[in-house]
Ligand binder design. Structure first.
Ligand code: HAM
Length: 423
């Protein structure tokens, strides 16, 4: 019996992976332009990092983590996100002392959450994340948001809306929490079971419930923006002003709360109309308490993560997946007994000279090699038959014009190396 991939996971097959590479190239280009360097952290971490960092009462920690005990009896967890790991690496490697501040890093890689799989929601998915650690300035919030916007702009993705909010800080949030609880108290029996259990532990999450009844009941709930302290209010004003100055469109969503508990002040999401129920393509915000929560000196931070599967789905729905380039410059076709060795040698030489080359590996006839070469497509086919073997030459055919000429390997290399392929 065939063994299938685990539920909620997907193979990224060869042709599709070229689309992924296009997305990754775009990420690396943007990060280079904005001076963010790549960070690569382990796929698994000590479980405590996430329970402390993301928050014991978050859905992720309560029910979505892949946690296991290793042979040494340690509790480890496959990373459900990249922010906590980045903060751990920042502290463990003392990056606050050794690099320019703020630390500006990005990551691309798989994350793991055991949510019920559906379109756009998987057990293993990929994120592109950006984190800037060490600055309180609103201009960093604006930079982070602008780079998420730039990513989608470079990919030419449309029908996106950027929502921003402020979720306050430990000074002003308790006051809002009490106001929200006061508002929801008499509605408690009508809320879903999940929200009833959130009422004491994490009432802000009730605002994010997808249940229609809960949504209706919390519609007129008080807004965090009305409860912000001067510091948080002023910060939010500055972020808006900066975004406007760069013509980055946004809407304020006063009920937006994020699913992770570490957020303070700015929170934001980008939603796409192409994604159905799982319409959030990017989520992020400030986390000024997380570094201290992980054992460091109080240090501010902000970042975002973009779901790459959701990005791919949106690109596909809009019909703007980039064209795949699988072409080769030269396809070498051995057609005589003993020509295979000469072909192999030539292909190896071509590749050493940075020329994209391939050859027949199936013992095909000349006709079917030509057909195969056209599928790539190949710009030239280099035929090695009896005559060529004797003379040490190859016959080169331009597949577009049909023109042919016989040349030796050294000359061929010179022509291709100089980029003068038009024989
Ligand atoms: P998040 O909102 O949990 O934030 O995830 C960010 C994005 O990852 C989502 O908007 C979505 O596109 C994608 N995503 C999340 N879960 C899944 C899933 N099960 N299947 C497919 N895609 C998914 C974070 O992870 C924070 N660490 C973002 C951040 C960075 N905040 C500050 N810095």
């Amino acid at each position: 019996m065939l063994i299938s991939a685990p539920p909620g996971t997907k193979d990224i097959l060869p042709e599709i992976s070229t689309h992924w590479q296009h997305i990754e190239d775009t990420i690396r280009q943007i990060c280079r332009q904005a001076a963010y360097l790549e960070i690569r952290t382990p796929i698994f971490e000590q479980t405590e990092l996430f329970s402390r960092g993301i928050g014991e009462t978050s859905d992720i920690v309560e029910k979505e983590m892949y946690t296991f005990t290793d042979r040494g009896g340690r509790s480890l967890t496959l990373r459900p996100e990249g922010t906590a790991s980045t903060v751990r690496a920042y502290l463990e490697n003392k990056l606050y002392a050794s690099t320019n501040q703020p630390l500006k890093v990005y990551y691309i890689g798989p994350m793991f959450r055991s949510e019920r799989p559906q379109a756009g929601r998987y057990h293993q998915f990929h994120q592109f994340g950006l984190e800037a650690i060490g600055s309180r300035e609103a201009v960093v919030d604006a930079e982070i948001i602008s780079l998420a916007a730039l990513f989608f702009k470079k990919l030419k993705l449309k029908d996106l809306t950027l929502y921003i909010n402020s979720v306050g800080c430990p000074q002003c949030r308790p006051n809002y929490r009490t106001k929200l609880q006061d508002f929801l108290r008499d509605k408690l029996p009508c809320l879903c079971k999940n929200c009833q259990s959130r009422f004491d532990r994490n009432p802000l999450r009730i605002l994010d419930c997808k249940n229609n009844e809960c949504g209706n009941l919390s519609q007129n709930a008080p807004e965090m923006l009305q409860c912000l302290c001067d510091e948080c209010g002023g910060h939010f004003e500055k972020v808006q002003k900066l975004l406007k100055s760069a013509n980055i469109d946004f809407q304020i969503d006063p009920h937006m709360v994020r699913g992770l508990d570490y957020y303070t002040k700015t929170a934001f999401e980008i939603q796409s109309t192409n994604l159905g129920a799982q319409n959030t393509i990017c989520g992020g915000g400030r986390y000024d308490g997380l570094v201290a929560e992980c054992g460091g000196e109080p240090t501010p931070g902000i970042g975002f993560a973009i779901g790459l599967e959701r990005t791919m789905i949106a690109l596909e729905k809009q019909g703007i997946l980039p064209k795949i380039d699988t072409s080769v410059q030269v396809f070498v076709a051995p057609i005589a007994e003993g020509a295979r060795e000469a072909a192999f040698k030539l292909v190896y030489e071509l590749r050493q000279n940075n020329i994209i080359a391939d050859m027949d590996h199936m013992g095909r006839s000349l006709k079917s090699q030509m057909r195969y070469a056209n599928k790539y497509p190949a710009k030239y086919v280099a035929v090695i038959g009896e005559d060529e073997l004797k003379s040490g030459q190859v016959t080169i055919k331009n597949m577009a014009t049909g023109e042919q000429q016989t040349t030796d390997a050294a000359q061929l290399m010179t022509i291709f190396s100089k980029g003068q392929e038009d024989l």
